[in-house]
Write a protein that binds this ligand. Structure first.
Ligand code: SF4
Length: 104
C-alpha cells in the first residue's frame, strides 16, 4: 500500500489532499513518462457537493496500475512507498497524472 497525496482537489474523493476512495486505478499502459499516466478513478466534484463525513480519507491506499514501464509497477500493482497524483483543476481523468512515475 502506498502513501498517497493528491493535488486534484476538485475530485469528489479528495479530502485535504488525501483520497477517500479506498483504492484507485492509474491508467497509461503505453506511458514512458508521467504525462502519459492518469488517475482513472477521478470523478469531478459536483457544484455544491461535499465529501460526507462518512468518507474516510486514507493516508495509504491500494493502487492498481496499467503503467507497466514504471519502475514501481509489478503485476499491475504499484509498489512505491509514496505516490503523488497531480492535476489541480482537472475536468476529466486526462488532466491528472502520477507524478511519481519513473521509467524502469
Ligand atoms: S508510481 Fe508507477 S506504478 Fe505507482 S501508480 Fe505511479 S505510475 Fe503506477
Amino acid at each position: 500500500m502506498a502513501e498517497l497525496k493528491c493535488g486534484v482537489e476538485n475530485c469528489t474523493y479528495n479530502q485535504d489532499k488525501y483520497c477517500c476512495k479506498g483504492d484507485i486505478m492509474v491508467g497509461g499502459k503505453h506511458a514512458d513518462n508521467s504525462c502519459g499516466t492518469c488517475c482513472e478513478s477521478f470523478a469531478q466534484r459536483q457544484e455544491g457537493a461535499y465529501t460526507s463525513s462518512l468518507d474516510h480519507a486514507c493516508k495509504t491506499i491500494s493502487i492498481d496500475c496499467e503503467a507497466t514501464k514504471c519502475m514501481y509497477n509489478s503485476n499491475y500493482k504499484c509498489h512505491a512507498e509514496h505516490v503523488d497524483i497531480k492535476g489541480c483543476g482537472a475536468c476529466d481523468c486526462q488532466g491528472t497524472e502520477c507524478a511519481t512515475f519513473r521509467e524502469a
